[in-house]
Structure formats: C-alpha cells, structure tokens
Design a protein around this ligand. Structure first.
Ligand code: PEP
Ligand code: MG
Length: 579
C-alpha cells in the first residue's frame, strides 16, 4: 500500500481502478502558417490519414469479431469516407488557400459539409453527418498524436489519473463511470475542480509525478476531502473507506433535511443562499439542498458540452426556461458566456493567445463575436417573460463595456419588435465584480447596473497575481488577504450607496471558514455549489451579526491573511472557522 498526499478539492470517496488519461483529443485552434510550412503541413495531414485508416480498420475488425458484420459496416463506411478524394482535396485546399494548420482545416471542412448535409432533404445524406464528424475526429486524434480514449472502453468504477483535464473533459468523463479524479496540476478554484464538485466526483489535485507512479488497472482509493490517494489499499483500509463512503451518503440525506430551515443569523438577519449551476443535472441538487434561486448559471458550459458547435437560440431558451420553471418563484441569474481563458473556446477565438487568461475572455469575446452575442441575448430576452430572469456579464473591467452591451441589447429588442416576438423589455442587468478595475470603480459602475456579484475566484487571481490553476502558487490564492477584504467592502458599500443588490458567488461563498467574515462585511446573499448550501446555512445560524461586523472591521486593518485567520479563530473559535 502506498499513500500520496495532495489537495482535496472535491470531497467524497472514490474506490476503483486507475486509468491514466494522457491525452484526450485537445482543443482545436487555428495557426497561421508561412508559405514554406504548407508543404510539410500537407504531408503531416496525409500521414495522419494513413494512421486513421489503420485505427478504423482495427476497430472494424474488433467490432466484427465481437458484434458481427452489420455493425462493422459502420466503420467500413468511415473508411470509405476517409479515402474520398473530394474530401481529402477540400482539406488540402483549405490548408493551401487559407495558410492554416491541418487541424483547423479539417474542422472547417467537416463543419461546412456537416451543415450542408444537415440541410438536405434526403435522410440518407443527413445520416452521413455523424459519419463525417466521426471521421474528422479520427484524423484529428491521429494528427495530435493522441490515443483513443473512447469512454465506452472504460470499465466501471474508474479512477482517472491525468496531468490535467480541461473542464469539458471533466464533464465528459465525470458523467461516465468515473468514481474519482487524480490530477498532477490544478487548484481549488479551477473550473475543473468546480465541475468535479458539480458532478459530486472526488478530486485530488497537486500530485506532481503521480502519473509515473501508478499504472493502469491498479486498485485505488481517492479521498477528496483529505486529499489522499491510496494505491493498493489493504482489505482493512478498503473496509474503512467503504464505511466512510456510506456515512457520507447518510450525511447527504441529513443535509437535505435542513432544506426547510431558514438561513438567519442569531439576531435574525436573513442571508439568501442561492445555487451556482454549471450542468442541468444540478438543478435537482439546488432544490434538494434548499437553494433560493440560481445566483450564477455558468452558461458557457452549455457551449462547452456542445463544442465545437454553438448552441442555437432555441437550445439556450429551453435551458433558461427550465431553470426559471424549476426555481420559481426565486430569481435566476444567468451569466452570459464566460468563454476564453482556461474555459477554452479556441475554435471560436480562431487565433492563438500567449496569455488567454488576460485575453479575449468573457464579455470581451461576446462583444467581439456578433453571432454569439445575438443568439444568446435573443434567447435571454425571450426567456425573461417566463420568470425572474436576471442577466449578468462576466469579466467586466469598466463602464464602457456595460454601455456597449446595453446599446447592443437595444438593437436586439428592436429586431424582436420587428419580428413580433415577445420578450422582457426591461431585464435586470448586473455584472460580475472579478477584475480589480471593476472592484475599484464599483461606485461608478453601481450607477449603471442593477446588481453586482463578486467573483472572488478571479478577483483573487487578478488582484494577487496568482494563477488559479497553478498548484505551485495555490497557497497564495488567499480569499482572506486584506486586499481582497478591502475590495469586497468597497463593492458592498458602493452597492448599498446606490441601492442595488450585491452577492458573492466565488468559491469563498461556500467555504464555512469565510461565512462570518462575509456577513460581517455586509453581504446578505451568497451563491455556491448546491451541496454546500446546508453547511453554510448551519454556519449562518451560529453567527451573531454584531460580532461578525466587529471582527470584519478588525480584519480590514490587518496586514496578512494569516492574521485574519488567527483573529477569526480567536473570536469565533476553531469550530466556526474550520471546514
Ligand atoms: C469567479 O471568478 O469567482 C466566478 C464565480 O466565476 P468563474 O469561477 O466561473 O470564473
Ligand atoms: Mg470568474
């Protein structure tokens, strides 16, 4: 038995067998090539066709053996398409005429052909769309040198070991038979961690080099609370963890029983606890654990799940309406796409960025892509007639973005008027406060919008210059750093002055060690992963507002996060400030 210690960022116990995922097909992006690079790029593309053909034939043979000729014929069809000269020539021409990399050329050709096939009357041709996409994926995988990780090949109770996973990979894997994730990189507020918690799948990060220490099919236990990974557990250890997993399940049911309790402090101050939602299946959790509305819907996950295709207006509308119906009469805050950065949408950016976290991300990308803006905002305006829908913009850095956005919104309203489509004429519009420039001009911004939501995950990243995905500086991502507390205070005061709502929806909202401090800083609405609502609620019920305010006031004068923690511990006792 061997024990590895990392950082547990999604609690729970996973018991299974290891599978190491080295390279899922990565995101596709566009690279411009020089004239002299085009020949070798075409060669690289042709070589990938040979590899893809070998892969398809291998799969076809296996399917024939196990499932018979009928099903193997699917792969024969793939093989034919792969040899189709017209298909190959189109891609070669794209590389030459656009001077682009083979991956991007394949993506363009496949998307274009798929759209045309889809529009055809003949069902036979429409059926070709999936074949075409499959073939595109085979070639991309071969180009990128990655091995096939068909999820259907995974056995049951799998513990995924990887250097890193993108949020979309985590969604895809987490929904299959994966019982735990173990990553070499990552931090507690990374989007992959957020997704693991959404899926209720244990995740331990920061285990550098673990990929080399664990081979496939090893028995493993993942303890996502303690941050432990146990390789080859003894029977006794296994038994202990099985019992622990059982207790956790029982606690889950107890937590649901707190649903009806009010989130009020000892002195009767009400604190609204809402849900952060990434995936539709979390709506049920939001209800089970008693969240009052949705404080943050990270709508980019709608795209991430469908990528590289963009969801249609109707698809947006459907999920927004569902959320409003399920959470009624409580409000639902839908954040427009926060794509770019590490959430990735390279195919939308169509360009390489050295520093994506400071690049075309969030509202910047939405405003730079009229189609993205139009499709999502039309759906939001239309859904607004069905309930208390609030629109929120991510990554706002100043007033100009808000004004431009409003301008665009008015244009869309005129368009909907002309079409005679019903929509919400005066939707509440709010912004995330997650860029330091927005926090420091909150008094000005408060006059332009209807509400604020403080995104501490990014606010800390940008204010303290600490990459939220980097395990080497994870200890510096400090929510209790006095600089952050001062920003929160200023934002809360600015909102109060202007008479607008303010909430906090970063991961700090779900950490019971911060609850008293946040109440003391004046927050009355927190939004968090649905499963965290009961724990935060029970913490709220132990707090006296005057004590919290006094403590917050003192903390604002301090120099370090450590001093803040020590003070909180002295005032509230270890029980109130430990997780
Ligand atoms: C944040 O930055 O705190 C936030 C809630 O947004 P996200 O985690 O999606 O970047
Ligand atoms: Mg953010």
């Amino acid at each position: 038995m061997e024990i590895f210690h990392g950082t547990g960022v999604s609690p729970g116990i996973g018991i299974g067998r290891s599978v190491s995922i080295e390279s899922l097909p990565s995101e596709i992006y566009r690279i411009s090539l020089a004239e002299s690079e085009l020949g070798p790029e075409i060669e690289r593309f042709r070589a990938s066709l040979v590899d893809a053909e070998r892969e398809i034939q291998g799969t076809a043979a296996e399917v024939r053996r196990k499932l018979g000729d009928d099903l193997a014929a699917i792969f024969e069809a793939h093989s034919l398409l792969l040899k189709d000269q017209d298909f190959i020539e189109r891609i070669v021409q794209q590389i030459k005429s656009e001077k682009i990399n083979a991956e991007w050329a394949i993506h363009r050709v496949v998307t274009d052909l798929a759209e045309r096939f889809q529009a055809m009357e003949t069902p036979h041709l429409r059926d070709k769309v999936e074949d075409l996409r499959d073939v595109g994926r085979y070639v991309l995988r071969c180009l990128q040198g990655s091995t096939t990780h068909d999820l259907s090949e995974l056995g049951s109770d799998v513990v995924v070991i990887a250097h890193d996973l993108t949020p979309s990979e985590a969604v895809r894997l987490g929904r299959s038979r994966v019982v735990g994730f173990v990553l070499e990189s990552g931090g507690a507020t990374s989007h992959t961690a957020i997704i693991a918690r959404s899926l209720n799948t244990p995740l331990v990060v920061g285990l550098e080099g673990i990929g080399k220490r664990i081979t496939d099919d090893d028995p493993v236990v993942v303890d996502g609370k303690e941050g432990k990974v146990i390789l080859h557990p003894t029977d006794e250890v296994l038994e202990r963890y099985r019992a622990l997993a059982g207790q956790m399940k029982a606690r889950d049911s107890e937590m649901q029983a707190t649903r009806e309790l009010e989130a009020v402090t000892l002195d009767g101050t009400s604190i609204d606890l809402a849900a952060n939602i990434e995936l539709p299946e979390e709506l049920a959790d939001a209800q089970r654990f008693g969240a009052r509305g949705v404080g943050l819907y990270r709508s980019e996950f709608l795209y991430i799940e469908k990528s590289p295709e963009l969801p249609t207006e109707e698809e947006h509308l459907e999920i927004y309406r569902r959320m409003l119906a399920e959470m009624a009469p409580h409000p639902v805050v839908i954040r427009t796409y926060d794509l770019g950065g590490r959430k990735l949408a390279r195919e939308l950016l169509a360009t390489h960025e050295d520093n994506p976290v400071l690049g075309l991300r969030g509202i910047r990308l939405t405003m730079a892509r009229p189609t993205i803006f139009r499709v999502q905002l039309r759906a939001l305006l239309r859904a607004g007639v069905d309930g208390e829908l609030r629109i929120m913009l991510p990554m706002v850095s100043g007033v100009e973005e808000v004004r431009k956005f409003r301008h665009g919104l008015l244009r869309l309203m005129k368009e909907l008027d002309a079409e005679g489509v019903r929509y919400a004429g005066d939707p509440e519009l709010g912004i995330m406060i997650e860029v330091p420039s927005a926090a420091l001009t909150a008094d000005v911004l408060a006059r332009e919008v209807d509400f604020f939501s403080i995104g501490t995950n990014d606010l800390i990243q940008y204010a303290l210059a600490v990459d939220r995905n980097n395990e080497h500086v994870a200890h510096l991502h400090q929510p209790h750093h006095p600089a952050i507390l001062r920003m929160i205070r200023f934002v809360v005061d600015s909102a109060a002055e202007a008479g607008i709502d303010v909430s906090l929806c970063g991961e700090m909202a779900s950490d019971v060690r911060s609850t008293a401090l946040l109440v003391g800083l004046g927050l009355r609405r927190l939004s968090m992963a649905p499963r965290q609502v009961p724990a935060v609620k029970s913490r709220v019920r132990q707090i006296d507002r005057a004590d919290a305010e006094e403590a917050a006031k003192r903390c604002l004068t301090m120099g370090t996060a450590q001093e803040v923690d020590d003070h909180l511990r002295t005032v509230f006792g270890a029980a109130l400030v430990s997780a």
